[in-house]
Design a protein around this ligand. Sequence first.
Ligand code: AMP
Length: 612
Amino acid sequence: MAATFHSGERIDPSIIEGRAPHIARLLLDRVQATPAAEAFRYRADGDWISLDWQQTADAVERLAAGLIALGVRPGQRVALASGTRIEWILADLAILMAGAATTTVYPTTHAEEMAYILADSGSVVVFAEDHDQLAKLHLHRNSLPAVTTVILLDGTADGDWVIGLDEVRELGAVLLRQRPGAVMERVAGIQAQDLATLIYTSGTTGRPKGVRLRHSALTYEAATVAAVGELSAADLQYLWLPLAHVFGNLLIMLPLQIGFATAVDGSIENIMPNLAVVRPTWMGAVPRIFEKVYAGVTGAIAAEGWAKRQLFGWAVRVGGHVARVRRNGQDVSSVLAGQYAIADRLVLSKVRARFGGRLRFLSSGSAPLDPKIAEWFAAIGIPVLEGYGLTETSAASLCNRLDRYVFGTVGTPFPGTEVRLAEDGEILLRGPGVMEGYHNQPEATAAVLGPDGWLATGDIGEFDEHGYLRITDRKKDLFKTSGGKYVAPAAVESAFRALCPYIGNIAVFGAGRNYATALITLDRDAITRWAAEHELADRSYAELARQPEVRELVQGYLDLLNERLNRWETVKRFVLLDREFTIADGELTPSLKLRRRVVGERHAELIDAMYA
Ligand code: AMP
């Protein structure tokens, strides 16, 4: 059996063993410790408004009481369908304080999938961000008998099924006047083993699975990340990541655990302008954001004159050299230090100033980060610590540390988590952060979670000689875009084959890229018939594949497919191949299943061109 790796850190075990049993306790402990410290900062009418921990807890308690007044009982699920904003955070904590559990839904989730998630989770109340979310709910209201109330964050509520957030607060205030202990009674009943959050994650065949995360798993995650000591109460977090994802969830838990303040704005467009104003010291993000920033800065430099480009290139090389020397624990020579001082003053500090100038480091997770980009950030003086984990492990299980970093790896385990490789290289994880199981899916749970507590991740990896884990491949038929979102290619492909009668096959790609694309082959008989009806009878297969009318035909069906998919799964570009996939070429198995990997390798140039 391969070696099992634990964290190499010496930490005080009581930090993890003595952690808060549940999230309500985590919040109450935080308020007691630092009631007047800034907790959250959010934008309203152009200004940044601050809440301290006491104000946060008061708002949460009122909202929790409102949920109790609406009839939410302990253990029931309440869903949040919204972008990242302060109301999400308050509502999430309120749901937990009321003894209930949160189900999360991305604002970009398709109506049908949203309805599935709400029904599968048995959610009784839904917080809906705006009329767009509400429209999706109305569309499927008939299949949501369990949902008694929708709470609308923005816009006017219509009073029947839907009420406004202010009304819930008012209901809460009334209940607290009558029974001041209403919420605390609920808190007293919460157990560490209780369900805190149901987060839906993609299944390979289409339907998402609800990952059941206990309170104790989420408080472990917060405690172990805190224990490695990279973050402190003096930090200021900038939070934009989707809170429907487990990474976002961790970014709410950490401030409760550690006590730092968080500025919240879910808009991706606002990230760069806000960073300059908020001047945070830390931010979590997905690779896509690092790619964008890198492309933005290097693109702007490329448009400059020769001298500026040379200076920039030199400064980044010097910065990279210094970062490397420091990472290796060596001393920076006086010559190099001198060069660095100039490079930093003329170039690097100015790049950092675009991010507010105070960032100590950034964290990346959810999908692989290109080591080139990680090195570039290190060179300009903002290390990006890459981590790895799954929804099923309550977010990160391993991470690089500021003083222990290897580019292209996901670092070493967090204290309390064990990592081992199965014989075929599959990464297995065990620890207090591992899920209870998939909601209502014992078979799917048994397929990945053994009785001994080891979770099979579906990712393939290897350890380097110092125990840093490198993700090398994947076993599961799912890939991630650089935005960190799962795409189930087989599900998208079969949906398209069912929809479009003119195609022979489709292979979907996009791992590590910022959107999905496809290689499509035509069905010879069907397209020949269609051609005969459209005055193209004499064309060969290859000629038809190049014919604009045929492309338009396929595009029409692709548009229909895309309408049904979640936004992040949509196929943005495609190539019509001039020949069909065959068994002889190894592109199909003898049972006619698509060998996506072979197809991808054979047509790598065509695929690359769709991202040019
Ligand atoms: P999720 O449940 O959405 O967090 O997705 C978990 C999956 O994301 C893992 O099983 C990996 O396939 C992938 N993943 C997360 N972090 C990384 C990383 N740093 N490098 C490569 N893949 C990653």
